[in-house]
Design a protein around this ligand. Structure first.
Ligand SMILES: *Cc1c(COP(=O)(O)O)cnc(C)c1O
Length: 368
Protein backbone atom coordinates (compact mmCIF):
# COMPACT_ATOMS: atom_id res chain seq x y z
CA UNK A 1 0.00 0.00 0.00
CA UNK A 2 1.45 3.34 -1.06
CA UNK A 3 -0.83 5.40 1.15
CA UNK A 4 -2.24 4.07 4.42
CA UNK A 5 -5.47 5.46 5.80
CA UNK A 6 -3.57 6.89 8.76
CA UNK A 7 -0.53 6.27 10.96
CA UNK A 8 0.73 7.62 14.29
CA UNK A 9 2.50 10.97 14.10
CA UNK A 10 5.20 10.97 16.76
CA UNK A 11 7.43 13.84 15.80
CA UNK A 12 7.59 15.71 19.10
CA UNK A 13 9.00 14.70 22.48
CA UNK A 14 7.45 11.22 22.43
CA UNK A 15 10.67 9.24 22.32
CA UNK A 16 12.48 11.62 24.68
CA UNK A 17 9.81 11.29 27.39
CA UNK A 18 9.48 7.57 26.77
CA UNK A 19 13.23 6.96 27.09
CA UNK A 20 13.35 9.03 30.24
CA UNK A 21 10.53 7.01 31.81
CA UNK A 22 12.34 3.80 30.83
CA UNK A 23 15.67 4.92 32.18
CA UNK A 24 14.02 5.96 35.44
CA UNK A 25 12.43 2.49 35.64
CA UNK A 26 8.81 3.73 35.82
CA UNK A 27 7.26 1.43 33.25
CA UNK A 28 4.03 0.33 34.91
CA UNK A 29 0.92 2.12 36.07
CA UNK A 30 2.59 4.33 38.66
CA UNK A 31 4.76 7.30 37.81
CA UNK A 32 4.69 11.02 37.46
CA UNK A 33 3.79 11.08 33.76
CA UNK A 34 0.37 9.57 34.45
CA UNK A 35 -0.35 12.27 37.01
CA UNK A 36 0.97 14.96 34.64
CA UNK A 37 -0.95 13.60 31.65
CA UNK A 38 -4.19 13.60 33.64
CA UNK A 39 -3.55 17.10 34.95
CA UNK A 40 -2.68 18.59 31.57
CA UNK A 41 -5.63 16.89 29.90
CA UNK A 42 -7.95 18.36 32.55
CA UNK A 43 -6.35 21.77 32.04
CA UNK A 44 -6.82 21.54 28.28
CA UNK A 45 -10.53 20.90 28.67
CA UNK A 46 -10.83 23.20 31.69
CA UNK A 47 -12.50 20.49 33.75
CA UNK A 48 -11.63 19.48 37.33
CA UNK A 49 -11.03 15.73 36.96
CA UNK A 50 -9.38 13.57 34.31
CA UNK A 51 -8.76 9.87 34.94
CA UNK A 52 -6.48 7.99 32.53
CA UNK A 53 -7.44 4.44 31.62
CA UNK A 54 -6.43 1.50 29.43
CA UNK A 55 -8.48 2.48 26.37
CA UNK A 56 -11.59 4.33 25.25
CA UNK A 57 -13.83 1.31 25.71
CA UNK A 58 -12.74 0.99 29.34
CA UNK A 59 -13.41 4.72 29.76
CA UNK A 60 -17.01 4.20 28.58
CA UNK A 61 -17.44 1.14 30.79
CA UNK A 62 -16.14 3.02 33.85
CA UNK A 63 -18.29 6.05 33.06
CA UNK A 64 -21.42 3.89 33.08
CA UNK A 65 -20.35 1.98 36.21
CA UNK A 66 -19.63 5.23 38.05
CA UNK A 67 -23.20 6.35 37.33
CA UNK A 68 -24.55 3.09 38.72
CA UNK A 69 -25.84 1.80 35.38
CA UNK A 70 -26.81 -1.85 35.77
CA UNK A 71 -29.06 -4.67 34.64
CA UNK A 72 -32.61 -3.49 34.04
CA UNK A 73 -31.51 0.00 32.95
CA UNK A 74 -31.69 1.26 29.38
CA UNK A 75 -28.99 3.33 27.71
CA UNK A 76 -29.61 5.12 24.41
CA UNK A 77 -26.88 4.98 21.74
CA UNK A 78 -26.75 6.13 18.10
CA UNK A 79 -26.81 3.61 15.26
CA UNK A 80 -23.74 5.04 13.52
CA UNK A 81 -20.77 4.57 15.83
CA UNK A 82 -17.89 2.24 16.55
CA UNK A 83 -19.09 -0.89 18.37
CA UNK A 84 -17.27 0.03 21.61
CA UNK A 85 -20.09 2.46 22.45
CA UNK A 86 -22.72 -0.28 22.60
CA UNK A 87 -20.38 -2.96 23.96
CA UNK A 88 -19.63 -0.85 27.03
CA UNK A 89 -23.37 -0.67 27.76
CA UNK A 90 -23.72 -4.45 27.41
CA UNK A 91 -20.77 -5.04 29.80
CA UNK A 92 -22.76 -3.36 32.60
CA UNK A 93 -25.75 -5.67 32.09
CA UNK A 94 -27.92 -2.75 30.97
CA UNK A 95 -29.91 -2.85 27.74
CA UNK A 96 -28.72 -0.62 24.92
CA UNK A 97 -31.35 1.14 22.82
CA UNK A 98 -30.21 2.07 19.33
CA UNK A 99 -31.64 5.20 17.68
CA UNK A 100 -31.28 6.87 14.29
CA UNK A 101 -28.99 9.78 13.43
CA UNK A 102 -29.44 13.26 11.91
CA UNK A 103 -29.04 13.57 8.18
CA UNK A 104 -26.77 16.59 8.28
CA UNK A 105 -24.46 15.85 11.22
CA UNK A 106 -24.55 12.00 11.18
CA UNK A 107 -24.86 12.23 14.99
CA UNK A 108 -27.65 10.96 17.27
CA UNK A 109 -30.98 12.54 16.41
CA UNK A 110 -32.45 14.37 19.43
CA UNK A 111 -36.02 13.57 18.32
CA UNK A 112 -35.25 9.89 18.03
CA UNK A 113 -33.54 9.92 21.40
CA UNK A 114 -36.68 11.46 22.91
CA UNK A 115 -38.93 8.91 21.25
CA UNK A 116 -36.88 6.04 22.65
CA UNK A 117 -37.19 7.11 26.30
CA UNK A 118 -39.04 4.77 28.69
CA UNK A 119 -39.23 4.71 32.51
CA UNK A 120 -36.16 2.45 32.40
CA UNK A 121 -33.94 4.90 30.50
CA UNK A 122 -31.04 5.87 32.75
CA UNK A 123 -28.40 7.21 30.38
CA UNK A 124 -27.71 8.44 26.87
CA UNK A 125 -24.40 8.30 24.99
CA UNK A 126 -24.19 10.88 22.22
CA UNK A 127 -21.20 10.12 19.97
CA UNK A 128 -19.41 13.00 18.25
CA UNK A 129 -18.91 10.94 15.11
CA UNK A 130 -16.06 11.62 12.67
CA UNK A 131 -15.14 14.75 14.64
CA UNK A 132 -18.61 16.34 14.40
CA UNK A 133 -20.21 17.58 17.64
CA UNK A 134 -23.73 16.34 18.37
CA UNK A 135 -26.60 18.76 18.89
CA UNK A 136 -25.72 19.19 22.53
CA UNK A 137 -28.34 21.80 23.28
CA UNK A 138 -31.24 19.58 22.27
CA UNK A 139 -29.81 16.35 23.66
CA UNK A 140 -28.81 17.94 26.99
CA UNK A 141 -32.26 19.45 27.40
CA UNK A 142 -34.09 16.19 26.75
CA UNK A 143 -31.74 14.35 29.12
CA UNK A 144 -32.14 16.97 31.84
CA UNK A 145 -35.94 17.13 31.51
CA UNK A 146 -36.18 13.35 31.73
CA UNK A 147 -33.63 12.87 34.53
CA UNK A 148 -31.28 10.92 32.28
CA UNK A 149 -27.50 11.00 32.74
CA UNK A 150 -25.39 11.85 29.72
CA UNK A 151 -22.06 10.21 28.88
CA UNK A 152 -20.33 11.83 25.92
CA UNK A 153 -18.34 9.58 23.61
CA UNK A 154 -15.62 11.99 22.43
CA UNK A 155 -13.31 9.28 21.09
CA UNK A 156 -13.23 10.85 17.62
CA UNK A 157 -13.62 14.51 18.49
CA UNK A 158 -11.00 15.79 20.95
CA UNK A 159 -10.93 19.58 20.56
CA UNK A 160 -14.28 19.94 18.75
CA UNK A 161 -16.65 22.60 20.10
CA UNK A 162 -20.35 23.15 20.48
CA UNK A 163 -21.46 26.73 21.12
CA UNK A 164 -17.88 27.72 21.95
CA UNK A 165 -17.52 24.95 24.53
CA UNK A 166 -15.33 21.89 24.01
CA UNK A 167 -16.99 18.50 23.70
CA UNK A 168 -16.45 16.60 26.92
CA UNK A 169 -17.80 19.45 29.04
CA UNK A 170 -21.46 18.52 28.55
CA UNK A 171 -21.67 15.00 29.98
CA UNK A 172 -21.80 13.83 33.58
CA UNK A 173 -18.80 11.85 32.42
CA UNK A 174 -17.09 12.13 29.04
CA UNK A 175 -14.80 9.62 27.41
CA UNK A 176 -11.82 9.86 25.08
CA UNK A 177 -9.72 7.29 23.22
CA UNK A 178 -6.00 7.42 22.49
CA UNK A 179 -5.88 4.50 20.09
CA UNK A 180 -3.22 4.80 17.38
CA UNK A 181 -5.51 6.48 14.85
CA UNK A 182 -7.23 8.94 17.19
CA UNK A 183 -6.61 12.68 17.48
CA UNK A 184 -3.91 12.14 20.06
CA UNK A 185 -2.52 8.70 20.76
CA UNK A 186 -0.78 6.74 23.48
CA UNK A 187 -0.79 3.53 21.42
CA UNK A 188 -3.73 2.25 23.43
CA UNK A 189 -5.29 4.48 26.04
CA UNK A 190 -8.30 6.47 27.14
CA UNK A 191 -9.56 9.12 29.53
CA UNK A 192 -12.67 9.84 31.59
CA UNK A 193 -13.37 13.44 32.54
CA UNK A 194 -15.94 14.80 34.96
CA UNK A 195 -16.74 17.83 37.10
CA UNK A 196 -18.03 15.66 39.93
CA UNK A 197 -15.54 14.65 42.62
CA UNK A 198 -17.57 11.66 43.80
CA UNK A 199 -17.89 10.30 40.28
CA UNK A 200 -14.14 10.78 39.75
CA UNK A 201 -13.46 8.80 42.91
CA UNK A 202 -15.74 5.98 41.80
CA UNK A 203 -14.01 5.82 38.42
CA UNK A 204 -10.63 5.56 40.16
CA UNK A 205 -11.97 2.86 42.46
CA UNK A 206 -13.23 0.71 39.57
CA UNK A 207 -10.05 1.39 37.58
CA UNK A 208 -7.93 -0.10 40.35
CA UNK A 209 -9.57 -3.45 41.24
CA UNK A 210 -12.16 -1.84 43.52
CA UNK A 211 -9.46 -1.41 46.15
CA UNK A 212 -10.03 1.01 49.00
CA UNK A 213 -7.61 3.86 48.25
CA UNK A 214 -7.00 4.38 51.98
CA UNK A 215 -6.68 0.73 52.93
CA UNK A 216 -4.57 -1.28 50.51
CA UNK A 217 -5.75 -4.76 49.52
CA UNK A 218 -9.13 -4.12 51.12
CA UNK A 219 -11.64 -4.34 48.28
CA UNK A 220 -14.95 -2.55 48.48
CA UNK A 221 -16.20 -3.21 44.92
CA UNK A 222 -15.64 -5.78 42.22
CA UNK A 223 -13.34 -3.62 40.14
CA UNK A 224 -11.18 -3.93 37.05
CA UNK A 225 -7.59 -3.35 36.09
CA UNK A 226 -8.11 -0.47 33.66
CA UNK A 227 -4.92 1.47 34.41
CA UNK A 228 -2.80 3.28 31.84
CA UNK A 229 0.97 2.83 32.10
CA UNK A 230 3.54 5.53 32.71
CA UNK A 231 5.13 4.61 29.35
CA UNK A 232 1.87 5.27 27.51
CA UNK A 233 1.36 8.49 29.46
CA UNK A 234 4.83 9.64 28.33
CA UNK A 235 3.68 9.45 24.72
CA UNK A 236 0.41 11.14 25.63
CA UNK A 237 2.18 14.04 27.32
CA UNK A 238 4.26 14.71 24.21
CA UNK A 239 1.14 14.54 22.04
CA UNK A 240 -0.88 16.77 24.32
CA UNK A 241 1.73 19.53 24.41
CA UNK A 242 1.28 19.84 20.62
CA UNK A 243 -2.48 19.38 20.52
CA UNK A 244 -3.39 22.70 18.89
CA UNK A 245 -0.88 22.12 16.13
CA UNK A 246 -2.03 18.54 15.61
CA UNK A 247 -5.66 19.61 15.24
CA UNK A 248 -4.71 22.40 12.82
CA UNK A 249 -2.65 19.96 10.81
CA UNK A 250 -5.59 17.52 10.59
CA UNK A 251 -7.98 20.29 9.59
CA UNK A 252 -5.56 21.43 6.89
CA UNK A 253 -5.51 17.93 5.39
CA UNK A 254 -9.30 17.97 5.24
CA UNK A 255 -9.33 21.45 3.68
CA UNK A 256 -6.97 20.19 1.00
CA UNK A 257 -9.40 17.42 0.02
CA UNK A 258 -12.40 19.75 0.16
CA UNK A 259 -10.78 22.39 -1.99
CA UNK A 260 -9.37 20.05 -4.59
CA UNK A 261 -12.49 17.91 -4.95
CA UNK A 262 -15.06 20.70 -4.78
CA UNK A 263 -15.90 20.48 -8.49
CA UNK A 264 -16.66 16.74 -8.36
CA UNK A 265 -20.37 16.71 -7.71
CA UNK A 266 -20.38 12.99 -6.88
CA UNK A 267 -18.33 13.65 -3.75
CA UNK A 268 -20.05 15.49 -0.91
CA UNK A 269 -17.84 16.55 2.00
CA UNK A 270 -18.90 16.22 5.64
CA UNK A 271 -20.76 19.35 6.80
CA UNK A 272 -18.54 21.94 8.51
CA UNK A 273 -21.10 24.74 8.58
CA UNK A 274 -23.68 23.51 11.08
CA UNK A 275 -24.92 26.12 13.52
CA UNK A 276 -22.95 26.30 16.79
CA UNK A 277 -20.76 23.34 15.87
CA UNK A 278 -17.05 23.47 15.28
CA UNK A 279 -15.86 20.09 14.13
CA UNK A 280 -12.34 18.75 14.09
CA UNK A 281 -10.95 16.43 11.45
CA UNK A 282 -10.60 12.87 12.60
CA UNK A 283 -10.70 10.90 9.36
CA UNK A 284 -11.56 12.96 6.30
CA UNK A 285 -15.14 11.95 5.52
CA UNK A 286 -17.16 12.25 2.34
CA UNK A 287 -20.46 10.89 1.07
CA UNK A 288 -20.78 9.46 -2.42
CA UNK A 289 -23.73 10.70 -4.42
CA UNK A 290 -25.02 7.29 -5.31
CA UNK A 291 -25.30 3.96 -3.55
CA UNK A 292 -23.15 1.36 -1.85
CA UNK A 293 -22.09 -0.19 -5.15
CA UNK A 294 -20.64 3.09 -6.30
CA UNK A 295 -18.93 3.73 -2.98
CA UNK A 296 -17.38 0.27 -2.96
CA UNK A 297 -16.26 0.70 -6.55
CA UNK A 298 -14.37 3.86 -5.58
CA UNK A 299 -12.76 2.05 -2.63
CA UNK A 300 -11.70 -0.74 -5.02
CA UNK A 301 -10.34 1.62 -7.66
CA UNK A 302 -8.29 3.55 -5.09
CA UNK A 303 -7.03 0.30 -3.59
CA UNK A 304 -5.74 -0.71 -7.02
CA UNK A 305 -3.78 2.54 -7.06
CA UNK A 306 -2.26 1.80 -3.65
CA UNK A 307 -4.56 4.08 -1.69
CA UNK A 308 -6.26 2.78 1.40
CA UNK A 309 -9.70 4.16 2.24
CA UNK A 310 -12.37 3.01 4.62
CA UNK A 311 -16.13 2.65 4.33
CA UNK A 312 -18.13 4.19 7.19
CA UNK A 313 -18.93 1.97 10.17
CA UNK A 314 -21.71 -0.55 9.61
CA UNK A 315 -24.81 0.66 11.45
CA UNK A 316 -25.05 -1.24 14.74
CA UNK A 317 -28.64 -2.26 14.05
CA UNK A 318 -27.57 -4.04 10.85
CA UNK A 319 -25.39 -6.53 12.69
CA UNK A 320 -27.11 -9.69 13.98
CA UNK A 321 -25.59 -9.44 17.48
CA UNK A 322 -27.06 -5.97 18.04
CA UNK A 323 -30.15 -6.09 15.84
CA UNK A 324 -32.62 -6.66 18.66
CA UNK A 325 -31.58 -3.48 20.45
CA UNK A 326 -33.19 -1.25 17.83
CA UNK A 327 -36.31 0.46 19.12
CA UNK A 328 -37.83 2.64 16.40
CA UNK A 329 -37.45 2.73 12.67
CA UNK A 330 -33.94 3.50 11.44
CA UNK A 331 -33.35 4.75 7.91
CA UNK A 332 -30.87 7.62 7.88
CA UNK A 333 -28.00 5.74 9.51
CA UNK A 334 -28.44 2.91 7.02
CA UNK A 335 -28.28 5.24 4.09
CA UNK A 336 -25.34 7.34 5.32
CA UNK A 337 -23.31 4.28 6.30
CA UNK A 338 -23.58 2.87 2.79
CA UNK A 339 -22.51 6.08 1.10
CA UNK A 340 -19.71 7.17 3.45
CA UNK A 341 -16.00 6.93 2.79
CA UNK A 342 -12.93 8.00 4.76
CA UNK A 343 -9.96 9.20 2.75
CA UNK A 344 -6.36 8.83 3.94
CA UNK A 345 -5.74 11.22 6.81
CA UNK A 346 -2.13 10.71 7.76
CA UNK A 347 -0.21 13.54 9.40
CA UNK A 348 3.01 12.05 8.08
CA UNK A 349 1.95 12.90 4.50
CA UNK A 350 3.85 15.51 2.54
CA UNK A 351 1.83 17.86 0.34
CA UNK A 352 3.04 15.83 -2.63
CA UNK A 353 1.43 12.68 -1.16
CA UNK A 354 -1.90 14.47 -0.83
CA UNK A 355 -1.59 15.75 -4.38
CA UNK A 356 -1.00 12.17 -5.60
CA UNK A 357 -4.10 10.93 -3.81
CA UNK A 358 -6.21 13.78 -5.18
CA UNK A 359 -4.87 13.06 -8.66
CA UNK A 360 -5.98 9.43 -8.41
CA UNK A 361 -9.45 10.34 -7.18
CA UNK A 362 -9.85 12.87 -9.99
CA UNK A 363 -8.69 10.36 -12.58
CA UNK A 364 -11.31 7.87 -11.45
CA UNK A 365 -14.06 10.47 -11.85
CA UNK A 366 -12.75 11.81 -15.13
CA UNK A 367 -12.71 8.38 -16.76
CA UNK A 368 -16.42 7.92 -16.03
C1 LIG B 1 -12.19 4.48 19.05
C2 LIG B 1 -13.54 4.59 19.59
C3 LIG B 1 -13.91 4.05 20.83
C4 LIG B 1 -13.07 3.09 21.60
O1 LIG B 1 -11.80 3.42 21.90
P1 LIG B 1 -10.66 2.32 22.12
O2 LIG B 1 -9.57 3.15 22.71
O3 LIG B 1 -10.33 1.76 20.79
O4 LIG B 1 -11.17 1.30 23.07
C5 LIG B 1 -15.17 4.32 21.32
N1 LIG B 1 -16.07 5.05 20.61
C6 LIG B 1 -15.75 5.54 19.42
C7 LIG B 1 -16.79 6.36 18.70
C8 LIG B 1 -14.50 5.33 18.85
O5 LIG B 1 -14.23 5.81 17.63
Amino acid sequence: MRYQLTSPYLKGNESKYLRRALSENWISSRGENIIKFERRFAEYLKIPYAIAVTNGTAALHLALLSLGIKEGDEVVVPDLTFAATINAVIYTGATPVIVDIEKDSWCMSPENFKKAITPKTRAVIPVHIYGQPCNMKAISKIALDSGIDMVEDCAEALGAEYNGKKVGLFGKVSCFSFYANKIITTGEGGMCVTKDKRIAERIKLFRDHGMNPHKKYWHIAVGYNYRLTNLQASIGLAQLERIDGLIKHRNRIEDFYRKNLSDISSLVPQRNDLAKRRKVTWLVSFLIKGDKTERDKLIGELFKRGIETRPFFYPLSRMPIYRNFRRNKISIAWEIAQRGINFPTDLNFMDSDLREIIKSIREIYKSK
